[in-house]
Write a protein that binds this ligand. Structure first.
Ligand SMILES: *[C@@H]1O[C@H](CO)[C@@H](O)[C@H](O)[C@H]1NC(C)=O
Ligand SMILES: *[C@@H]1O[C@H](CO)[C@@H](O)[C@H](O)[C@H]1NC(C)=O
Ligand SMILES: *[C@@H]1O[C@H](CO)[C@@H](O)[C@H](O)[C@H]1NC(C)=O
Ligand SMILES: *[C@@H]1O[C@H](CO)[C@@H](O)[C@H](O)[C@H]1NC(C)=O
Ligand SMILES: *[C@@H]1O[C@H](CO)[C@@H](O)[C@H](O)[C@H]1NC(C)=O
Length: 306
């Protein structure tokens, strides 16, 4: 049989240009940065009266109202750890298709809770790094004296009491140049387009990432959040937010800090009160699961051996 000869596929060449070319010729997954994204929702006065011990930045999409409500009632409760001041903010971009409908709802939710910040970039998976950077920008501009910053995904279980009392220890002076979480070492970008985590060479040419903390939940000192924001203005931003934080630390010459094994879990674990009372993060907890386990986690009859 006579097969048609393959049609040559034109190879697109993306010019390596950090700032010189218009970004039309950038790779479509290239994160557009630095760029003056505008705040559509902001809470600039949260730290005016006092510097909080901890700023909790939770990544959500505009539509995630159920997750935000569950988090407000559980680990995101600002007064859940007695004696420790905490500021909670949800980070969002703009929905790529239903922005006008969702914006109205988001504004109402924001007026009610005063805990949402939003910039005018498209809220897509490959723009996630922009959300983290918006959080770092907010801390740098509006809360520069916070001792610690936690970045959390919205689908996790987070034991704030354990994090604060055992790991951060408010009675001590705040750590400097500190970042910890579930640490990935000796990894590199995935080059297959089939992956959600695909990183094209045009966006990040190196074959390895510096050590970094897994995205579901990590913590850094307030001083480092400001330095990360500063150095990010000088780097090519990649579409993996957690690996990009590692790249920022590498450029700053700061190492990630190991924390005891098992505290930060990027994989799911079955809820068990005593185990969960001695860890910080478990990934893959939706709003229904959170609300289901929370009363037992806080109260319940069972006392755990210390
Ligand atoms: C937050 O925690 C405080 C102190 O435990 C509690 O009184 C309050 O009802 C909680 N708020 C929400 C929204 O669950
Ligand atoms: C990221 O957001 C910018 C600004 O809104 C937009 O131009 C770009 O297409 C988005 N990128 C992706 C990969 O969604
Ligand atoms: C942060 O702390 C410094 C030094 O204590 C102080 O001068 C500054 O006003 C504080 N900034 C804010 C925004 O609270
Ligand atoms: C990427 O590779 C270049 C060239 O080998 C090296 O100079 C640079 O430090 C690397 N960057 C990172 C983040 O590893
Ligand atoms: C405490 O134990 C009693 C008796 O075993 C049980 O009925 C109750 O549901 C338990 N309460 C919680 C919060 O687990």
């Amino acid at each position: 049989a006579c097969l048609p000869s393959p049609v040559p596929v034109p190879t697109l060449v993306y010019v390596d240009c950090l700032s010189l070319c218009p970004y039309r010729v950038w790779h479509p997954l290239q994160v557009v940065y630095p760029y003056s994204y505008r705040f559509l929702l902001n809470e600039p006065d949260k730290c005016r009266e006092w510097a909080p011990f901890l700023v909790l930045l939770v990544v959500t999409e505009p539509k995630d109202i159920e997750a935000r409500n569950a988090i407000r009632q559980t680990w995101g409760n600002e007064s859940a750890v007695p004696g420790v001041s905490m500021v909670r903010l949800f980070l969002t971009g703009v929905h790529p298709h239903y922005s006008s409908q969702l914006q109205r709802l988001l504004k109402e939710e924001s007026a009610l809770h005063r805990d949402i910040i939003q910039q005018d970039f498209l809220d897509t998976y490959n723009n996630l790094t922009l959300k983290t950077l918006m959080g770092m920008e907010w801390v740098s501009r509006h809360c520069p004296n916070a001792s610690y910053v936690v970045k959390a995904d919205s689908d996790i279980f987070l034991n704030m009491g354990f994090l604060v009392r055992e790991l951060l220890q408010p009675q001590l002076p705040p750590k400097k140049d500190f970042m910890t979480g579930y640490i990935y070492r000796n990894t590199g970008p995935l080059r297959s387009k089939a992956y959600k985590w695909y990183v094209p060479r045009e966006v990040y040419p190196n074959d390895t990432y510096p050590p970094y903390c897994g995205g579901p939940g990590y913590v850094l000192s307030g001083d480092l959040a400001k330095k990360v924001y500063g150095v990010a203005q000088t780097l090519r931003v990649i579409n993996m937010e957690d690996a990009f934080m590692g790249i920022c630390l590498y450029e700053l010459g700061v190492r990630v800090t190991d924390s005891p094994w098992g505290l930060f879990n990027v994989f799911w674990q079955e809820y068990e009160k005593c185990r969960f009372s001695k860890l910080v993060v478990v990934h893959h907890f939706g709003p229904t699961d959170l609300l289901r386990v929370w009363p037992d986690f806080l109260g319940g009859n069972k006392t755990c051996p210390s």
